[in-house]
Design a protein. Structure first.
Length: 132
């Protein structure tokens, strides 16, 4: 399955990938080039800021840099990879928590209320991503 930033692929993208892969694949190997399906992930988190963190001044008025990290996490999951809340929280805390920049004291997902399961042709794409 092939997907762009929206999780799907145009005919032109599919043709481009086929043109790049066909000359180097093993003889006799059949590859079916199919578009992926984008599944928007709406992700809202409650955060606690560390007043001693290096980005406290910025984050206390604008959490845009944190939201961008959250969007990047979703965008990099890959086709068929589930959005698992605990794994996502751990990844962001590794960047922004005590093991990273130490800007966050807490980071807890409120939306979605459970993990989001992808099928083999689905890819998570950022939906509404926010801090609350």
């Amino acid at each position: 399955y092939i997907g762009d930033a929206t999780g799907t692929a145009s005919g032109a993208l599919l043709a481009s990938v086929k043109t790049a892969v066909d000359p180097i694949k093993a003889y006799g190997v059949f590859i079916n080039y199919l578009p992926g399906v984008g599944v928007p992930i709406n992700w809202t988190v409650a955060i606690g800021l560390n007043p001693s963190g290096p980005n406290y001044g910025t984050l206390s008025t604008n959490t845009g840099i944190l939201v961008n990290s959250m969007k990047n996490y979703i965008a990099n999951l890959g086709i068929g990879v589930n959005f698992v809340r605990a794994t996502a929280e751990a990844a962001l805390l590794a960047i922004w928590g005590a093991a990273g920049s130490n800007d966050l004291t807490s980071f807890s997902t409120t939306i979605p209320t459970g993990d989001v399961t992808m099928t083999a042709n689905q890819v998570a794409v950022p939906g509404t991503v926010a801090t609350a």
